[in-house]
Design a protein around this ligand. Structure first.
Ligand SMILES: Cc1cc2nc3c(=O)[nH]c(=O)nc-3n(C[C@H](O)[C@H](O)[C@H](O)COP(=O)(O)OP(=O)(O)OC[C@H]3O[C@@H](n4cnc5c(N)ncnc54)[C@H](O)[C@@H]3O)c2cc1C
Length: 395
């Protein structure tokens, strides 16, 4: 069986579903292929998102996937100093704690409602080329191999992406640019569901521990640690277990889910588009290197890719120049922020606990308009220039 569409999107995570929705909305015949049999499961996520960006990608908040709405975030330094930040000032992972499986499924439903076809249990296994451009994929479903020809391919196959490499893009990551994550969903914990908590310091080398409250007594408690700072993936769990043991409010809880996964904490890729091809979300290393969050970035890039695909099909132009509109679009929205946070991550990962304590203490004493890393540094500089001397170049 060989089939043909204007646009084929590989991977039905948030990036892929949003890309497929906007490609279909632009009038393209669109196919979204997903290797798993059920979109959204198994979940590998802390499940924290902000409220403010949902409108940008046409997502309406829904009680179907909102597990808990939070008022803000608390950053807790090694000596227990707490900085509380309002939700509107916090990063892209604070606002709602969601049921990620239902969220992903509802985005795929939106893509289908916009006209995209969805094919689950279907893996992309290779890429087709014709006349110097990418012209579709090879796919496998239930033992059958076939080709899907298309005018544009959008690769949204996540952190373990292969499609970018198949297309010829360099997506390699160094161990220092990868976080190993481990997370429990705990029930019976003693938490304040109004806040997401971030525990920083060398309890999580090169990363942090999070508590995202899913309900009255249920929370996702997880850790990300820089892979270059540990001997094996099992060590992330060890750091998390050690932390939980020391916190009775968490250790009284019972795990009902355990997940492990990786996130890139690298600088953005140099190239994410080729003739007839665009790479989106985790596959394109768009995760925020400081927070490890990537749902927002995947959705925003997905929208731009879907719209560029629509324009390309309308004009019959699949050239590098056309696809560069995607490159330009996502970079304008987020490259500066990602690059700055990458450099920041490089510095932060070398700080000792005392410096973390002093930084958080300083942050509790200065007036901040927002909670981006740049705003934090600028605010601290006003009162404590000494403390942020090392970060001067970012300001
Ligand atoms: C432990 C952990 C906690 C996290 N917590 C948060 C958080 O709280 N907030 C946040 O914003 N981000 C978080 N993230 C990151 C977030 O999950 C990702 O940034 C987000 O899922 C990126 O979306 P995506 O669409 O690019 O990729 P994905 O969601 O990974 O989707 C990729 C899809 O492609 C499919 N696929 C892969 N290969 C193929 C193939 N060959 N053929 C067909 N389909 C394929 C996969 O099955 C998958 O469905 C976390 C990540 C981890 C690991």
């Amino acid at each position: 069986m060989d089939i043909e569409y204007d646009v084929v999107v590989v991977g039905a995570g948030p990036g892929g579903s949003v890309a497929a929705k906007y490609a279909a909305k632009s009038g393209c015949s669109t196919l979204l292929v997903e290797k798993r049999q059920e979109i959204g499961t198994p979940v590998r996520c802390g499940e924290g998102i902000a409220k403010r960006w949902l409108d940008d990608v046409g997502i309406e908040p829904s009680s179907r996937w909102i597990a808990n709405e939070v008022d803000g975030a608390r950053i807790i330094s090694p000596n227990g100093t707490v900085l509380t930040v309002d939700e509107s000032m916090a990063g892209n992972e604070c606002g709602y704690v969601i049921h990620r499986d239902v969220f992903d499924l509802s985005l795929a439903q939106q893509a289908a409602a916009a006209g995209a076809e969805v094919m689950v249990k279907t893996s992309a296994t290779g890429i087709l080329r014709e006349d110097g451009r990418i012209s579709g994929i090879r796919a496998k479903s239930m033992g059958r191999e076939f080709t899907i020809r298309s005018k544009v391919v959008i690769g949204c196959d996540g952190f373990e992406s292969q499609i970018g490499r198949w297309a010829g893009l360099n997506t390699n990551l160094k161990p220092k640019d990868v976080d190993s994550c481990y997370e429990y969903t705990l029930v019976g914990v003693d938490i304040d569901r109004r806040y997401t908590d971030f525990f920083i310091g060398n309890i999580a080398p090169g990363g942090y521990i999070w508590m995202f409250p899913k309900g009255e007594d249920t929370a996702n408690v997880g850790i990300g640690v820089q892979t270059s700072k540990i001997k094996g993936p099992g060590e992330a769990k060890m750091y998390l277990d050690r932390f939980i043991e020391k916190h009775p409010e968490f250790s009284k809880g019972k795990p009902i889910m355990e997940i492990a996964g990786g996130v890139s904490i690298s600088a953005p890729l140099e190239k994410t588009a080729l003739p007839g091809f665009m790479l989106v979300g985790d596959a394109a290393r768009m995760i925020d290197p400081v927070t490890g969050g990537g749902i927002y970035n995947a959705c925003v890039a997905g929208r731009i890719a879907g719209e560029v695909a629509g324009r390309a099909v309308e004009l019959g132009d699949y050239s590098q120049q056309m696809m560069d509109a995607y490159e330009k679009g996502w970079r304008e929205k987020m490259e500066d922020h990602l690059y700055r946070n990458y450099l920041m991550k490089e510095k932060i990962s070398k700080l000792d606990d005392q410096t973390f304590d002093r930084l958080v203490e300083a942050m509790t004493k200065v007036d901040m308009k927002r909670m981006t890393t740049l705003d934090i540094l600028r605010a601290i500089r006003q009162k404590y220039p000494d403390l942020v001397k090392e970060f001067e170049e970012f300001m």
